[in-house]
Design a protein around this ligand. Structure first.
Ligand code: HEM
Ligand SMILES: N[C@@H](CC(=O)c1ccccc1NC=O)C(=O)O
Length: 267
């Protein structure tokens, strides 16, 4: 029996073969993709280091896309759609945490074989990571300073993220579409009304839980990253010029949606 399952006779055309324009590698642009891993040293583990960062950046790209979709859905009052997209966001974010383990198979000695070649590059210069923070509501303009070497297009993207609405802005719109006031003075009362009146507001409550999970998972990644950093470089300072682990520990305490955490104290 042939691989197409035919016992005999001429090979039949498989589904999708009629046009014959697309191939697996052509569609996925594999020649281009697989040409992008270019180690700067002979160190055996540099391929792992490059690959894992590229995989992160691909997931970051998808997260930005899905979070933009979730934001637009909240603005449009399509809460079911926002929740559907957040489910995917959470699944990807869990993968981001899990794959730290792959890089931790590298020993610090093996990392030191090529680490010096990396400076002054560092995760500080990840445009998409900062875009995710800005879109999620953590807008610290001081980070624009880390992008002196970024292209005009990348800088424009970061500035656009600083100017555009955040996920929290979109959630506030969803609240006010349901008649709940969202001024600074009234917002906590509205969040409490949602939490205490699930019969009327369960969709808004679940959506707030989705935002909180996004926040919590991002913080888990920061903690996981700093554990990996301590394992790899101990108390050394970073190639990007920070104090290293102490700087990163400080970042792990940050929240995208502080009011959703504060709400817990009132429930
Ligand atoms: C051997 C593994 C790694 C080490 C030792 C390491 C170390 C560091 C250090 C020390 C910093 C602070 C900036 C500096 O002064 O350099 C940093 C920042 C950062 N790293 Fe890593 N890193 C590692 C892997 C990764 C991976 C796999 C990613 C995935 C994209 C990543 C993303 C980032 C990001 C986004 C920042 C900025 C964090 C912030 O400002 O809050 N790092 N890293
Ligand atoms: N900042 C790291 C080096 C590092 O991990 C890195 C270097 C270049 C590009 C991305 C990196 N990943 C995260 O910071 C260090 O200080 O060892």
């Amino acid at each position: 029996m042939g691989i197409d399952g035919d016992a005999s006779g001429p090979p039949r055309r498989q589904f999708g073969e009629e046009g014959g324009r697309l191939s697996y590698g052509g569609y996925l642009r594999l020649p281009e993709l697989l040409d992008q891993q270019q180690p700067q040293s002979q160190a055996p583990d540099e391929l792992l280091f490059i690959t894992i960062h590229q995989v992160y950046e691909l997931w970051f790209k998808l997260l930005l896309h899905e979070l933009e979709g979730a934001r637009e859905a909240m603005f449009a009052g399509e809460l079911w759609k926002a929740r559907h997209l957040f489910k995917r966001v959470h699944a990807v974010e869990r993968v981001l945490i899990e794959q730290v383990e792959v890089l931790e198979t590298m020993t610090p000695q093996d990392f030191m074989e090529f680490r010096a070649k990396l400076a002054p590059a560092s995760g500080f210069q990840s445009v998409q990571f900062r875009e995710l923070e800005f879109l999620s509501g953590l807008r610290d303009e001081r980070y624009l300073g880390s992008f002196r070497h970024a292209s005009d297009e990348e800088l424009a993207r970061l500035r656009r993220r600083l100017a555009e609405p955040t996920l929290w802005d979109a959630y506030l719109t969803a609240l006010s579409r349901r008649g709940l006031p969202v001024s600074d003075e009234e917002i906590m009362t509205s969040l409490l009304a949602v939490a205490r009146n699930r019969g009327s507001y369960d969709d808004l409550w679940q959506l707030a839980e989705d935002l909180l999970t996004h926040d919590e998972t991002a913080a888990l990644w920061r903690m996981r990253h700093v554990q990996m950093v301590e394992r790899q470089i101990g108390t050394k300072s970073g190639t990007g010029g920070s104090t290293g682990a102490p700087y990163l520990r400080g970042r792990a305490r940050l929240h995208y949606f502080p009011l959703l955490w504060e709400l817990r104290a009132w429930l």
